[in-house]
Design a protein around this ligand. Sequence first.
Ligand code: HEM
Length: 415
Amino acid sequence: MNAPASQGTLMGKGLSTLWAPFSPINRINPYPMYRSLRELDPVHQLKTGDWVVSRYADVCTVLMDKRIDVIDMPSYFRDKTLTVNDTAIEMYPTYQASYNWLLYLRRPMHGRTREMVMKIWPSLNFAECVQAVLAELTAEMARKTAIDLIDDFAKPLPVRVISRLMGFPDSHIEQLKHWGERLATVFEPMLTQTEMVEINQAASDFLVFIDDCLTAHEQKPVDTMIGKLLAQRSADGQPMDRDDLISLIANLFVAGEETTRNLIGNGFAALTAYPDQYELLRNQPELLKPAVEEMLRYDSPVQITSRIALEDVEISGQTIRAGEQIYVCLGSANRDERQFEAADRLEITRVKNKHLAFGYGSHFCLGANLARMQAMQAFPVLIQQFPDLRADLSKAVQRKNLLLRGFGTLPTVRV
Ligand code: HEM
């Protein structure tokens, strides 16, 4: 049951400690905070006027309601200038790299752009590419004495996969890793000035790089994601502007990196924390599919997304006014006991698992099939080729992001 409206409002204003995502404890483990929110004030208003929605049913409602839409985050950077050591730094490159990201586009541009990508998506050979990258990574890991699951496996996997699918040259992998990592955090709240400048520099360099790749593809067409996007752009009645295409390519590259890394890192850590589930998966490889879905639910790579109310909307007895922003807690919805039995436990045999790790509604993750494929190939490789490898949870370090949840380092031990 939701709290009555009046009580909810009071709690929203009074109990600001309910929402403390930046506290060191909650950064490491936000799940007790989410539980309190779900129990005490599931549609919670912050002193800023923003809202936090934490229950599964309410999260679905928010993501489906046409009176609630995505927020044009990139525009924040369009005219922004930072002053660092008396030097003015224009943040325009950050805007230019991100303004055409699907997640920040509204109708009708969203539909048009998404359709263009959907048309080329099925023709990309994901499976073969993932298999080849995994073979390289496992050969590299076999030569190492100490393995960090993030640096040696979860991080390079999606970078190499998406780079190759795109048609980016392998020579730039290290730079691509750097640019992807910086840009993945561009819409994290509470960035420092130094972080923003680093992101801006990464955006600027990445834009030049993509532009060069487009030129190379135009001169010598190749059957890659970029080649197909270029062909699709020409085939379309209303061809996409070059700058729009560059920003879209940046989107497809950035969106799938840290997210997929977090799925593999968080999933491996969870299997280590639940040795019975690890053994079950090892003994019954046919459980792989539900196991990956359970990893997505149990410790979701994307914890929070946001929306804005376009009109006044009532959600479970609370009125969210037009213009107010909403933090939509996917990570909390996926632990809601109203939807999932024993929600705080990893159970790879879970049958009813309609998790929201890839979102819900019109902005549902476009790369879900690619992410699932990487995980479905990666875990058997880890289990079969490195059967004694486990995460050293005592030395694991969480990244300090709020929206994306994952490890910065995940050292391993041999058991
Ligand atoms: C485990 C890995 C991944 C997770 C957990 C994940 C999660 C999500 C979520 C939650 C959303 C929706 C956010 C919202 O509605 O506010 C989303 C959207 C999106 N994702 Fe993913 N993602 C993953 C991998 C990928 C990959 C591999 C790609 C592409 C290469 C990708 C591309 C996108 C795009 C383009 C959108 C925006 C779709 C739209 O607005 O229409 N994602 N993702």
